[in-house]
Design a protein. Structure first.
Length: 165
């Protein structure tokens, strides 16, 4: 089974070179975020005590230290505010440029702005005001051992992509 996607590892798995989170519920207390992504939903947590919206999702509120958090939906579309295209120093096996954008999720959103990677986008084409939408993609999974049992941690991650005009 090809598990790493990193050619020089020849299929072996290296946790230190794995850039993606382990999403299985046995290892990750925000696994609900990834479960929602699999259903095409974009979510984060909000503190029930002080109301602060926490992104990325947390298990404890950094404002009031409450662990009473609830899951809320975020918009899956937004408008680009600023773009950065990274040509060097990108993670191993990422194609350059790696495009990141500040995205305005709109006035009605519980969280106004996020920083996200933008994919499916030719270099130097993304600009301020462009509309982008959530895109969920598969990430290579790998076997994990817990209590002498091997589980396959299926994984997804997200980025945004330009909305076709
Ligand atoms: Zn709080």
């Amino acid at each position: 089974m090809a598990v790493s996607g990193i050619p020089f590892l020849e299929g072996r798995y290296s946790p230190t070179l794995d850039l993606w989170p382990i999403e299985a519920k046995e290892f990750n207390r925000i696994h609900t975020f990834y479960d929602s992504l699999r259903e095409g939903r974009f979510t984060t947590t909000r503190c029930k005590q002080c109301g602060r919206v926490l992104y990325p999702p947390r298990v404890i509120c950094p404002e009031c230290y409450s662990d009473e958090l609830e899951w809320i939906e975020l918009p899956k579309r937004g408008k680009v505010i600023a773009v950065v295209e990274k040509l060097g120093g990108v993670p191993i096996c990422f194609e350059v440029p790696v495009i990141d954008a500040w995205i305005d999720l709109g006035e009605g959103s519980p969280l106004r702005h996020i920083l996200s990677r933008v994919i499916n986008c030719p270099p130097q084409s993304l600009k301020e005001g462009d509309e982008v939408q959530l895109v969920v993609f598969d990430v290579p999974s790998h076997p994990m051992e817990i209590r002498r049992e091997t589980i396959i941690a299926e994984r997804v991650f997200f980025a945004f992509e330009p909305v076709k005009k």
